[in-house]
Design a protein around this ligand. Structure first.
Ligand code: NI
Length: 486
């Protein structure tokens, strides 16, 4: 990932967010057995492969005509595998990827890799509180290992599980597996309640100004998903608060319809003929000759609108749906930090929403475990049709993920994937509207253009899923420095 920001008079005037690698899974999949999509698309990512396992399974369930026949056990086990991935990913993001923007590990542990090299931020937490945060950074490594073990109980292994398949899952629930899952889950829940959420609050109280930085496009989208015994844990819809929104009552829910999703490529390295298409009709034709292009990400848009996806979007949409637990968590947080709901459209709002969501998921996973039925089926038989179409829309740790398939002669004719990071980190679209991350950066005041930690904090709060670096360039395009962003 590369971020280019043009800073003039201490303010970001323009920004470019670029994906610098070509993915090409859509091309790899053409002509293959449709079930391969479930295995191969997980290789898109090593951090959130489970999201692609779920999205591809839902897509194939749909195409194979068994979408409404998936056994309850299978839905719950898919949620348990997915939830394990959400928890490791959210904990990874806060402690190992983002916390060092705020926590001074060097003063506690010394000048060691991976704490250096770093750019010099304004480290405002000191003494015992800073030392505790550094200790939690180390303990979080062990907690993430437990999340991976937990995922493997029903998923077989992590990364790239083998337990989620079209029609259901392959592992049956047993008392043994449920017990082994539950003790790990309870230790992880204890960490979320007594370290993760309190640590985010410590950062929030020391960096209160970051409730006002990185506001972004203020259009939040969630496809919804994640089966729990009472329905879907994540609700569906859009929330587009205007600038005057201060209270929860100011948020209005808009309905979601898949048909409104299109992808533009004016500023992407794909042939112009791919532009403006719905994903079910989407094409992946690289074109490296385009002058205006600066990214391998396309620009997904909803009804032409730039949208932000992820934990903050889900939290706001659940809130507007009057989800009781989400409301209690968010109201509790806002009470502690003394701000209105508009403060959540920010760097700290994104971190806080992610932490609260970890609790929402972990607690819901207990409910899923307790209603598994060891003697009942976990899969329904399915057949590959001669021809057909399917869509699988769900939620990944970083936001809404969608897979679309067309089958011809029992083989994949067309496959398209839109990842959450494509929504958040997309380049400008055909109408030159900047993407969500770009909008969050534009207008930001930067104290020192040689050390622009404000921008890195904004980008990282989105948890972009691109395991590489951010290059920051000045107006003359000379490279200022290379900073880790994930
Ligand atoms: Ni990923």
């Amino acid at each position: 990932m590369a971020i280019e920001a043009v800073i003039d008079g201490g303010v970001v005037k323009d920004a470019k967010s670029a994906g610098t690698l070509f993915r090409g899974f859509e091309i790899i999949l053409q002509g293959r057995d449709p079930r391969d999509a479930n295995r191969l698309t997980q290789r898109i990512c090593g951090v959130c492969p489970t999201a692609h396992a779920i999205a591809s399974a839902l897509c194939l369930d749909d195409a194979f005509g068994v979408g409404d026949k998936i056994p309850d056990n299978a839905k719950l086990i898919r949620a348990l595998v997915s939830g394990s991935d959400f928890l490791q990913s959210h904990i990874l993001h806060f402690y190992h990827l983002a916390a060092l923007d705020y926590v001074d590990a060097v003063s506690v542990l010394g000048d060691l890799y991976p704490f250096v090299p770093r750019y010099e931020g304004d480290y405002r937490i000191s003494g015992q509180a800073n030392a505790d945060l550094v200790n939690h950074y180390i303990r979080a490594l062990d907690i993430r290992r437990k999340c991976h073990e937990m995922l493997s109980i029903f998923g077989g292994k992590m990364p790239h599980d083998v337990g989620i398949v079209p029609g259901g899952v392959t592992e049956k629930p047993t008392e043994d597996k449920i017990t082994n899952f539950l003790w790990r889950l309870n230790e992880i829940r204890d960490f979320i309640d007594n370290a993760y959420i309190p640590d985010v609050l410590i950062v929030a109280k020391s960096y209160g100004d970051y409730f006002g930085i990185g506001k972004g496009c203020r259009k939040f989208l969630s496809y919804g998903g994640f089966d729990v015994p009472t329905g879907k844990l994540f609700k569906t819809g859009l929330v587009c608060p205007d600038l005057s929104a201060r209270r929860a009552a100011d948020l209005q829910l808009e309905p979601f319809a898949m048909e409104n999703i299109t992808e533009d490529v004016k500023h992407s390295w794909y042939a112009d003929s791919c532009s403006g298409k719905k994903p079910a009709e989407g094409e992946t034709k690289p074109d490296l000759t385009k002058k205006q292009a600066y990214s391998f990400l396309k620009s997904p848009r909803y009804d032409g609108k730039v949208c932000e996806v992820g934990p903050l979007a889900r939290t706001l949409i659940n809130y507007v749906h009057a989800d009781t637990k989400t409301r209690r968590l968010v109201d509790g947080l806002l009470g502690q930090v003394g701000t209105g709901i508009d403060a959540l459209f920010s760097v700290l709002g994104r971190h806080a929403a992610r932490a609260l969501e970890a609790k929402l998921i972990a607690d819901a996973m207990v409910d899923c475990l307790l209603v598994l039925k060891p003697d009942e089926p976990v899969i329904v038989d399915s057949e590959i049709p001669e021809k057909g179409e399917g869509a699988g829309l769900t939620e990944a740790p970083r936001g809404s993920v969608g897979h679309w398939i067309s089958i011809k002669d029992k083989k994949i004719d067309r496959y398209q994937v839109i990842t959450p990071t494509a929504w958040n980190a997309s380049p400008k679209d055909d109408k030159d509207q900047p993407g969500a991350v770009e909008q969050a950066i534009i207008g930001t005041k930067v104290k020192d253009k040689d050390n622009p930690f404000e921008l890195v904090r904004i980008v990282r709060a989105f948890d972009p899923c691109l395991a590489c670096s951010v290059h920051l360039l000045d107006a003359k395009r000379s490279e200022l420095g290379v900073f880790r962003v994930v």
